[in-house]
Design a protein around this ligand. Structure first.
Ligand code: 13P
Length: 250
């Protein structure tokens, strides 16, 4: 089954609203009429409004980089799924390795966030991936399996509808080191196998698995030509309109 690729930008903590507007002003003409892939940009929360307005008449969707699982309440500094939807987001990144490393996210909070996102009809992009020590110790498969099993806990196939996974080997993020298409494909097959165990073969075969970690215009084509790779989650190279457009159009 052909899976439409999803090319997603993760801006991390970069750009003000004005810089976001500038980005779209320059980026949108470069991808006008590009219908082959789905395009999503995930800016910092404060740029969402500017990004939604700037991309209004385009096929580019906007997503959050995080969310909190409660609907509302005394949770200073947090943002709910409902709030993301209300500001025009259709997607949300969950469990990015930087959130796991610096902000105490665990497999269990990823699971709570995933359920909240699905409940609000957002397309969740759940990040999994091993750190260098785990890869070197031969633990990659165990880590990916554990992250998937715990993320998918108590999510029904019916509810999981829009689930997207991003395989981001942590050693490849922002380092200039990329997994080879073959390494990524092996990891993606394992992730798809885990999804099949929880959600069934049919669901797993239609579920998109993105690769993230130093994706650039120079390596996007080789990675995207691998049948198991259904798109990219792009950090550094997504900040510049020309380079993100070149990745999208690999
Ligand atoms: P880089 O593309 O900068 O390596 O970042 C990848 C990433 O973390 C995307 O979420």
């Amino acid at each position: 089954m052909a899976r439409k690729k999803l090319m997603a930008a993760n801006w991390k903590m970069y750009k003000t609203p004005d810089q976001a507007r500038d980005f779209f002003h320059n980026f949108l003409p470069l991808v006008a009429g590009h219908g082959r892939d789905e395009i999503v940009v995930c800016p910092p929360f404060v740029d969402i409004r500017a990004s939604v307005e700037s991309s209004k008449n385009s096929s580019v969707s906007i997503g959050g980089q995080n969310l909190y699982w409660e609907k509302e309440g005394a949770y200073t500094g947090e943002i709910s799924a409902t709030m993301l939807v209300a500001t025009g987001c259709t997607h949300v990144i969950i469990g990015h390795s930087e959130r796991r490393e610096y902000f105490g996210e665990t497999d269990d909070t990823v699971n709570l966030k995933l359920k909240a996102a699905l409940e609000a009809d957002l397309t969740p992009i759940v990040c999994v991936g091993e750190v260098l020590e785990e890869r070197e110790a031969g633990l990659t498969e165990d880590v990916l399996r554990r992250q998937c099993v715990r993320a998918f806990h108590a999510v029904s196939t019916k509810k999981a509808g829009k689930l997207v996974i991003a395989y981001e080997p942590v050693w490849a993020i922002g380092t200039g080191k990329t997994a080879t298409p073959r390494m990524a494909a092996d990891a993606h097959r394992l992730i798809r196998g885990e999804a099949a165990k929880t959600f069934g073969e049919e669901f797993a075969n239609s579920m998109r698995i993105l690769y993230g970690g130093s994706v650039k215009p120079e390596n996007a084509k080789a990675l995207m030509s691998e049948g198991e790779i259904d798109g990219a989650l792009v950090g550094g190279a997504s900040l510049d309109p020309k380079s993100f457009a070149a990745v999208v159009k690999y």
